[in-house]
Design a protein around this ligand. Structure first.
Ligand SMILES: Cc1cc2nc3c(=O)[nH]c(=O)nc-3n(C[C@H](O)[C@H](O)[C@H](O)COP(=O)(O)OP(=O)(O)OC[C@H]3O[C@@H](n4cnc5c(N)ncnc54)[C@H](O)[C@@H]3O)c2cc1C
Length: 578
């Protein structure tokens, strides 16, 4: 959806886009004056962790700049616009498709604006909504809401490694929560460059902040606004309010959620870095009381299909989460996700972002070989005793397909009764987890997300690369397991299937043998997905891996007519348009 600038007053700025890149030395001087020498990075090593994606994508940059306030962020952007360079906004850089890093070579110099220093959260309406600044993480939001008995909209696999709230909005990120759908809001404060090249600050946050950009940003950051300045913003969504109904429609021939869904594209939502965001306003949700995890194993996928359809169309209470893992993925996560599992168990999620940052710093040291930290951690993990509960391991031996179902208080009895009526069967069974087993099951499922990356890091001679697909199957799809033709299957060493089963969103990581053309392999797989009515990507967004479908392309073009923000995303044009 194009930005609707007509209904509310926007602050304007007279900065116009430079017609050609100005002397880059001048730009670097200006940026240095804005953020200070320490926060302007230009060296190969210093910029490395910002230039490389978590799983995919990299490219050279002129600089990485780390503003320390919203006003600095605005000044940085203004200088970049004046200089005519490309701007790539980056939050925690946990994106999996290369959408937050450069990818190869561009027609103009690239500046990454890293927002990690800009953590800040203001709760409004007694914590029923939150205003999050660009560096605020889901983890910080969770901690801030916890004393109020509330929780954020999203829980994603990367929440515990520091994924930001705003990165989630930009990617329409999904995650494990069945009732809430993709990250979405219509309330945001952002800057865009219009078709004439003029920079403007657009206040669609529903909070009166004034008209002069720097004063507005300073006011927002310090929280200097009164309840009377906050518009109730009725009629403008701060979450995907219809998702719970939508996901229940198990006879619908379209997927429940996917990145190119036009209904979930609105200004900041799904913007993938095509504007510069300063804040978003989001709903929070009452925390569930007691929950209970049921662990289901089967050798017949039709049993999980029947369970999914029964839950979504018949249960009075929707589950909190319903996560799937194939046995091969279980095994991969048990070995190559073991240290992640143990680190979270021992240290808690709050310290994990710090650990990941330390790991990246070690790998950036000049005397350290590639993937040193991964190899060391794997060596240690392999020497530690088994970490998974006995009952999970027994189910691993008995069953190929695994589903962990977390029910909220009101739905526990309903789920128990259904499962007791249908299991044990000839091919499946279930058990009710203790609290420790339930936590272990979900943590193990989380560890699966990084297992393929670890495998690639420690087996460089054997592995060419990972082909990672993130797909959404139609809600009425019953044949959700995949049969690959022999020619495609041949070069694949390992297949990891896992995902958000009730939403029918699957992550399929293929570890591919050395010497294979992975791009060609992926291209051969896509028509098979098309034939099944799948949409892709489902929740990781296009980045530089997938082609953006028309709704996404239109969204990007409307937000960024000059193509100065994150150009080339979704395999769109990389060239300046003016
Ligand atoms: C282990 C692991 C598990 C994961 N699990 C899930 C999952 O369960 N579900 C899911 O959906 N995703 C998952 N992801 C993917 C990723 O974590 C999400 O896409 C996440 O929302 C990205 O947040 P981020 O802060 O890292 O954003 P980044 O990766 O830094 O940025 C994401 C996008 O937002 C843009 N952006 C960032 N800040 C701004 C700004 N201030 N202004 C404008 N644009 C901006 C960037 O340009 C980029 O296009 C996982 C990733 C990992 C590594």
């Amino acid at each position: 959806m194009p930005p609707d600038a007509a209904d509310r007053p926007d602050a304007q700025s007279s900065t116009f886009i430079g017609s050609a890149p100005r002397g880059t030395a001048d730009l670097l001087d200006t940026l240095r004056a804005v953020v200070g020498r320490r926060h302007l990075l230009t060296g190969e090593k210093a910029t490395r962790i910002f230039r490389h994606g978590f799983r995919f994508g990299s490219g050279p940059v002129l600089a990485v700049v780390q503003p320390g306030s919203l006003v600095e962020q605005w000044r940085v952007l203004r200088a970049c616009v004046e200089a005519g360079v490309i701007v790539i906004a980056q939050a925690a850089n946990t994106g999996l498709t290369g959408g937050s890093t450069p990818d190869g070579i561009y027609d103009r110099p690239v500046v990454i604006v890293s927002t990690r220093r800009l953590a800040g959260i203001h709760l409004i309406h007694d914590g029923r909504q939150a205003v999050c600044l660009p560096g605020a993480t889901l983890n910080q939001l969770e901690a801030k809401l916890r004393p109020l008995g509330r929780e954020p909209h999203s829980v994603i696999g990367s929440s515990c490694i520091g994924a930001s709230v705003i990165g989630g909005i930009c990617n329409n990120s999904g995650g494990a929560l069945v009732r809430r759908g993709p990250a979405y809001t219509e309330l945001a404060l952002y800057a865009r460059v219009d078709e004439t090249g003029r920079l403007a600050l657009v206040n669609h946050l529903g909070i009166s902040l004034g008209n002069e950009p720097e004063a507005m940003l300073a006011r927002l950051e310090s929280g200097a606004f009164a309840p009377a300045d906050v518009d109730p913003a009725e009629g403008r969504a701060a979450s995907d309010t219809h998702y719970a109904e939508h996901v229940r429609a198990v006879d619908a021939s379209t997927p429940a959620r996917f990145n190119a869904d036009a209904a979930r594209l609105f200004e900041a939502s799904g913007s993938a870095g095509k504007i510069m965001l300063f804040a978003v306003r989001l709903d929070s949700f009452a925390k569930d009381g007691a929950t209970r995890v049921f662990y289901i194993g089967t050798n017949d996928p039709a049993e999980l299909t029947a369970l999914r359809r029964a839950i979504l169309s018949g249960f009075r209470t929707l589950p909190v989460a319903g996560e799937y893992m194939h046995r091969d993925c279980f095994d991969m996560a048990a070995r190559y996700g073991k240290d992640t599992y143990l680190a979270i168990r021992r240290l808690g999620t709050d310290r994990l972002p710090w650990l990941f940052a330390a790991k990246a710093r070690i790998d950036a040291l000049p005397f350290v070989s590639a993937h040193f930290s991964d190899r060391l951690l794997q060596w240690l993990a392999d020497r530690l005793p088994d970490h998974l509960p006995e009952r999970l391991l027994r189910y691993r031996d008995r069953f190929e397909h695994h589903l962990m179902l977390r029910m909220p208080d009101a739905g526990i009895e309903e789920a128990r009764a259904w499962l007791e009526r249908h299991f044990p069967s000839a091919s499946g069974d279930f058990f009710e987890c203790s609290e420790a087993e339930g936590e272990a099951a979900f943590l193990h499922r989380f560890a699966a997300a990084g297992a393929a990356v670890r495998y690639r890091a420690v087996h460089p001679k054997e592995v060419e690369d990972i082909v990672a697909l993130d797909i959404a199957l139609p809600r009425n799809c019953e044949a959700w397991t995949e049969q690959l033709p022999e020619a495609i299957e041949r070069p694949i060493l390992h297949k990891l299937y896992y995902g958000h089963f009730l939403c029918h969103v699957f992550h399929q990581d293929y570890i591919v043998a050395k010497g294979t053309d992975c791009v060609a392999l992926e291209h051969a797989m896509l028509p098979l997905l098309d034939a099944r009515g799948a949409e892709y990507p489902a929740e990781h967004n296009v980045g530089h891996l997938y082609e953006a479908k028309p709704a996404l392309r239109d969204h990007y073009a409307a937000l960024d007519p000059c193509n100065m923000f994150n150009p080339g995303i979704g395999k769109t044009s990389r060239e300046a348009r003016r």
